[in-house]
Design a binder for this molecule. Structure first.
Ligand code: C5P
Length: 304
């Protein structure tokens, strides 16, 4: 029996430009992803029989989060290993033990990252030797952001977000993440986007965002953080507007809804600002947790 432990990073979208709805039900995107130090941990243990099991453990103070994670075949990490097993014609199963820290249904790709980590872990314990590119091809079938979570770092996502190209980025950035007590469903946020913006333009990434990342210009990065889903998330969850305002008043360089929300992310000018922001944001409406983290971080990686 072989066991491996894989780190599954959260992601934020520094820029998320949403274009027209396609015939397949997805929107054309141009996005800049960044993987964060904030991560789940996925322990993968091979089994002699062909069963795939999953358990989910959450931190004590976030105890009710695990309830929202499906434990059956609908779990994305289970679907990931089933997909790999079919493609590689493996007859063994695995036990997956997920330790959740990334907010569930929070717009930070926690479920997608667990799936990416499960692919990396199963590939290892089954001794398949597939490279990251081969895993990324499978990953796209699981969700639009799963390929990025295999790559990590900073990447541009196009298509529905699954086509990844690397970004030249220097240095590290500090962030404060505000977790909401109740998640938002991604499809409902996209549906609200369609209602508010029936004829969006073709998606594009601001060149200023790319040059800020190249030059490690934190202030400029803050000026060009952008999320086309923010108005839709705010329309469904009006109190997020107040959360963003509290963060800005407490000294954040910029604040943004992460992906489809409701998690809000604040860019720090300096890590010394973290304590004041954390205290202020704990009082924000609907706040369940405030986390200080950094990026970029590696993609799903074996840690032991
Ligand atoms: O790809 P993923 O499974 O994460 O997508 C979840 C949902 O989010 C989709 O079913 C769709 O409603 C919406 N979505 C979209 N356009 C994208 C990505 C996601 O409309 N590019």
């Amino acid at each position: 029996m072989t066991t491996t432990v894989v780190r599954a990073p959260a992601k934020i979208n520094l820029g998320l430009s949403v274009g027209p709805l396609r015939d397949d039900g997805f929107h054309e995107l141009a996005t800049v992803y960044m993987a964060l130090d904030l991560h789940d941990t996925v322990r993968v243990t091979s089994r002699d029989d062909e069963q795939v099991t999953v358990t989910v453990q959450a931190d004590a103070q976030e105890g009710d989060e695990a309830v929202a994670v499906p434990l059956g075949p609908d779990n994305l990490a289970v679907r990931a290993v089933e997909l790999l097993r079919g493609a590689a014609e493996v007859t063994n199963g695995v036990d997956l033990a997920i330790r959740k820290v990334i907010p569930v249904a929070g717009g930070m790709a926690g479920g997608s990252s667990d799936a990416a980590a499960a692919l990396v872990g199963a590939n290892h314990v089954w001794g398949l030797g597939w490279d990251r590119e081969a895993l990324a091809e499978l990953a796209a079938d699981l969700g639009s952001d799963v390929p990025f979570l295999l790559h990590g770092g900073v990447g541009i996502g196009t298509g529905r977000g699954e086509k990844i190209s690397p970004v030249l980025s220097r240095g590290r950035y500090g962030f404060i993440v505000v977790v909401a007590s109740e998640g938002l469903s991604t499809p409902s946020v996209y549906a609200e986007f369609d209602r508010l913006e029936p004829e969006p333009e073709a998606p594009r990434i601001a060149p200023e965002l790319m040059s800020a990342l190249r030059g490690h210009d934190t202030e400029r990065l803050g000026e060009h953080l952008a999320n086309d889903l923010e108005a839709a998330a705010l329309s469904l969850r009006p109190e997020l507007d107040r959360v963003l305002q509290i963060g800005l008043d407490a000294g954040a360089l910029a604040g943004i809804v992460s992906g489809s929300g409701p998690t809000c992310v604040f860019l720090l000018e300096d890590d010394a600002d973290a304590a004041m922001l954390t205290t202020a944001l704990w009082a924000a409406p609907g706040c369940a947790d405030v986390i200080h983290t950094h990026g970029p971080a590696a993609g799903a990686r074996i840690v032991s």
